[in-house]
Design a protein around this ligand. Structure first.
Ligand code: NAD
Length: 456
């Protein structure tokens, strides 16, 4: 089907007002959940073929989040869609005031490749819950997951309500020519700028979920073993291809040696047997990214790892030591299983350096000292993060998820997601039986005095 026709059909369906019915939305969300359940096998197969993602990791980092989100949407959509009364004030007596949560219309979701199911389907179902229609364009890089999403959605939902368009730059560019009511994009900063510009032509509101280099502070009083355990899991999950992975470590020099050893011990403990890494660890998405990451390892000082196999697109967990902010690995988001460790002696100086760089999507602080934790939380600006953990803040749907500055615009998950796909229409509602008359001509001193009395 032509993209323009699809857009027009969705526009017509939205204008039929069917999606404004909350029971209809709940029905569709339940249907989505059933489809997800029925097709788990296909989803596992496709993602394994694309980049060796195991069933365990696929469930943990993709499907479990989708189930959790869809359950929350089903439970809350009725409450969130209700009109909300607010106070009116004497100036408008005897009116009442309320806010109507209103769906935006035809929405476009553009997904990234690294968590192909979660990053495409989670915003899509949130948009449906808010009463919109959805055209979803998943990333073309993991081609099998893109295909399987297109199949299970397009076979089960009418195209004028929820439809997947597969493709890359060409298809996305064509999609962007249409006057969408909302665009939700997950991906890189350079493409985020292209999307923002295309949206600006139609004054379409956007949510941009972008990336950046997320710093991780390890202070002298941190529990070194637990810190290493949590960082190793969150960094090497998805082979480091995670937008909120700890990008680099800033460790207090006094514990650097102990911390490096703890990281190494933890990695070795995770992959004791040869088969462990084969079964549980992902491949790099494509050769282009493999070559980019290999170069970063070549230019750095390896403390551990650097196990590379281009034919298999495999890069083992790798730690770089004696890294400085000027090194190649510190210039761009790593997005792979390479963990540079930088040490510091002066926290003030390192805070200043981090502040001079673009605002990251996440930041993590490992310490027992509340004062230092609060100092970092107050002084640094970033999308979201965690104290004494990494990545896990994403799993709490009560925490809005999104970036700031170059790491993104807007947020989603739970109510924040519903809000990002909703317009809050404000209404003042007045009966005919009374009119104060003081705002009408002729304007007199007495009327002005009453107005002054009302407002001051
Ligand atoms: P990407 O920007 O290359 O691609 C994202 C999407 O944009 C894809 O669907 C792709 O087809 C489309 N696209 C690519 N070039 C385009 C163009 N010129 N015009 C129109 N559309 C185009 O990003 P990626 O490689 O898929 O993902 C990696 C990046 O995404 C990283 O920077 C990562 O940090 C970020 N990311 C952010 C989040 C988040 O939630 N904030 C999550 C995952 C990934």
């Amino acid at each position: 089907m032509e993209i323009r026709d699809l857009f027009n059909q969705q526009s017509d369906f939205f204008n039929s007002n069917k999606t404004k019915n909350v029971s209809f939305r709940i029905e569709q969300l339940k249907k989505f959940k059933d489809i997800l359940k029925e097709n788990e096998g296909l989803l596992y197969e496709a993602i394994y073929e694309d980049f060796g993602k195991s069933e365990f990791e696929t469930y943990l980092t993709e499907l479990s989040l989708l189930y959790h989100e869809v359950n929350g949407l089903i439970k809350n959509v009725k409450k969130w869609s209700k009109r909300k009364k607010v106070s009116t004030g004497i100036a408008n007596f005897p009116a009442k005031s309320y806010i109507i949560p209103e769906p935006m219309g035809v929405t476009l979701i553009i997904g990234a490749w690294n968590y192909p199911y979660q990053l495409s389907l989670l915003p899509a179902i949130t948009s449906l819950a808010a009463g919109n229609t959805v055209i979803l364009k998943p990333s073309e890089l993991p081609s099998r997951t893109s295909k399987v999403m297109a199949r299970i959605i397009n076979d089960n939902f009418p195209s004028n309500y929820f439809h997947v368009i597969e493709g890359g730059v060409k298809e996305t560019t064509e999609l962007l020519e249409n006057r969408f009511d909302k665009i939700f994009f997950t991906g890189s900063i350079p493409v985020g700028k292209i999307i923002y510009q295309a949206a600006a032509k139609h004054l379409t509101p956007v949510t941009l979920e972008l990336g950046g280099k997320s710093p991780t502070f390890v202070l002298a009083d941190a529990d070194i073993e637990m810190t290493a355990k949590r960082i190793v899991w969150s960094k090497f999950l998805n082979a480091g291809q995670t937008c909120i992975a700890p990008d680099y470590i800033l460790v207090d020099q006094s514990i650097e040696a102990l911390f490096l050893k703890a990281l190494k011990d933890e990695i070795e403990a995770n992959y004791k047997n040869k088969g462990d890494i084969e079964e549980n660890y992902l491949r790099i998405i494509d050769n282009k990214n493999f070559d980019r990451l290999s170069k970063l390892i070549e230019t750095g000082q390896v403390y551990f790892g650097a196990d590379l196999n281009r034919a298999k697109r495999f890069i083992g967990p790798t730690i770089l030591q004696n890294v400085s902010f000027k090194d190649e690995v510190m210039k761009e988001e790593i997005f792979g299983p390479i963990l540079p460790v930088l040490s510091f002696t002066n926290l003030e100086e390192v805070i200043k350096t981090v502040k001079e760089r673009p605002k990251p999507l996440s930041c993590y602080i490992y310490s027992k000292n509340r004062k230092t934790i609060d100092k970092l939380l107050t002084e640094l600006s970033f999308g979201g993060g965690a104290v004494n953990d990494s990545v896990m803040h994403l799993s709490n749907t009560n925490l809005p998820f999104g970036g700031i500055g170059s790491s993104g615009i807007g947020s989603y998950h739970g109510k924040a997601g519903f809000d990002s796909f909703t317009h809050y229409k404000s209404i003042l509602d007045k009966p005919f039986w009374f009119e104060g008359n003081i705002k009408y001509a002729p304007y007199t001193k007495k009327k002005k005095a009453i107005i002054k009395w009302l407002f001051e």
